[in-house]
Design a protein around this ligand. Structure first.
Ligand SMILES: *Cc1c(COP(=O)(O)O)cnc(C)c1O
Length: 393
């Protein structure tokens, strides 16, 4: 019926990879003036990827990293939180979301979600605020946007910092504005299943130069070398025998090979998203054809354009197949018992990770099935996937 972008990784990606290989430089350099032969900031493919992403999303500060999870961590790091600070996140999300909060030495506090859309809103976030809360992560699950204008208004009133996790929402917009450009920071993934991919990879966005610098330091071994006219610096009084790492940081750098594939994929995002929209139409048509009135789909935010990652279908309660209540994972059960995070940070007694904590989330997953909407699927493959997804209904 319609053209499938075929192959998913085609001549553009191959040319980009082979160009990097021929250059002999597979890393972007670390900006510290050692290791790399070439000038750090001008020629790296990773730099070009960041510029292209900034342009596409209409944001200022972008830093590419080696996974979406690294991007989550960098986004949290960009907020400048202290160990023990509480960070609110949705009860339903990939576990990378609360994990990145733990990695920052902070305490995840789960906010309940709407049992149909599985999204948090200003009210469910506010209900989870305590005296120790400093920030909240909002996940645009399946690519469906959370209500950002009321969330940002609440954040302004309460002083919370907001991170938007856009790993499932490349192309989603609210009133014409891309998700990820509302909060203080946002994080994105290039993992295999996402809208654009280089296998593993991602990037974070910061609204401020200060936040960008913090996130880069965290992701690049604490080396103060920045782009976007943010002043990099050689710290004073570095011992002649030392290299100038000014703070703790991981090596979460993206490689030039990953960046080359990602930049080629980014140039094809409109093509991919057109195909995704066609697949969604097919799902809707098939659902109508089935005429099963017990199946519904969640309402989406008015005046938004949804770039679906998966397409959620609401089924009778108890018949859902989606798994994703983070606080029910064994690791949280353990924390609940021991009252301490894996990094030794005490968990306040009013923070719990037990069944019943977020009823909307537990009901929500029990009535949700989700069809993968990958732009690489043929019509036939989509139909088979949908049949499999709705099995037994
Ligand atoms: C995929 C995903 C991540 C993690 O990204 P990786 O690239 O797999 O590390 C984080 N958050 C959400 C919402 C995701 O879908």
């Amino acid at each position: 019926m319609v053209d499938v972008p075929d192959p998913l990784f085609g001549p553009l990606e191959m040319a980009a990879v082979s160009q990097v290989l021929s250059s002999g430089q597979l890393w972007r350099g670390n900006g510290a003036g050692w290791g790399s032969e070439r000038e750090w900031s001008d020629v790296a493919v990773a730099d070009r990827l960041e510029d292209a992403v900034a342009d596409k999303l209409g944001v200022h500060y972008v830093h590419a990293v080696n996974s979406g999870t690294s991007a989550n961590e960098a986004a949290i790091a960009s907020l400048g939180l202290a160990p023990g600070d509480e960070v609110i996140c949705p009860a339903v999300s990939p576990v990378f979301v609360p994990f990145s909060i733990l990695a920052a030495g902070c305490v995840p506090v789960f906010a309940d979600v709407d049992p149909e859309s599985l999204l948090v809103d200003a009210n469910t976030i506010e209900a989870a605020i305590s005296g120790g809360t400093r920030a909240a992560v909002v996940v645009h699950i399946w690519g469906m946007p959370a209500p950002m204008s009321s969330i940002m208004a609440m954040a302004e009133r309460t002083g919370l910092k907001i991170v938007e996790d856009c790993a499932q929402g490349f192309g989603t917009k609210i009133s014409g504005k891309p998700v990820g450009s509302f909060g203080d920071a946002s994080c994105w993934s290039f993992q295999q299943s996402k809208h654009i991919s280089c296998g593993e990879g991602g990037f974070f966005v910061s609204k401020s130069a200060e936040g960008y610098a913090r996130g880069v330091l965290y992701s690049n071994a604490g080396i103060p070398n920045f782009r976007f006219n943010v002043d990099g610096f050689r710290p004073d009084n570095v011992a002649p025998e030392a290299r100038g790492h000014v703070q703790f940081g991981h090596n979460h750098r993206i490689s030039e090979l990953q960046a080359a594939v990602a930049i080629a994929q980014l140039s094809r995002i409109e093509e991919f998203n057109r195909r995704r929209a066609e697949l969604v139409k097919l799902v809707v048509a098939h659902l109508e054809q089935r005429g099963n009135t017990t199946l519904r789909v969640p309402a989406v935010l008015p005046d938004s354009k949804v770039s679906y990652w998966r397409y959620p279908i609401l089924v009778p309660a108890g018949r859902g197949t989606f798994k994703g209540v983070s606080y029910l994972e064994p690791v949280f059960t353990q924390m609940h018992k021991e009252r301490v995070t894996p990094f030794g940070v005490p968990i306040p007694e009013y923070v719990g990770y037990g069944r019943g904590e977020c009823p909307g989330a537990e009901l929500g997953v029990s009535q949700t099935r989700a069809v993968p909407i990958h732009h690489g699927l043929t019509d036939r493959e989509l139909r088979d996937t949908l049949d499999l997804c709705l099995e037994g209904l």
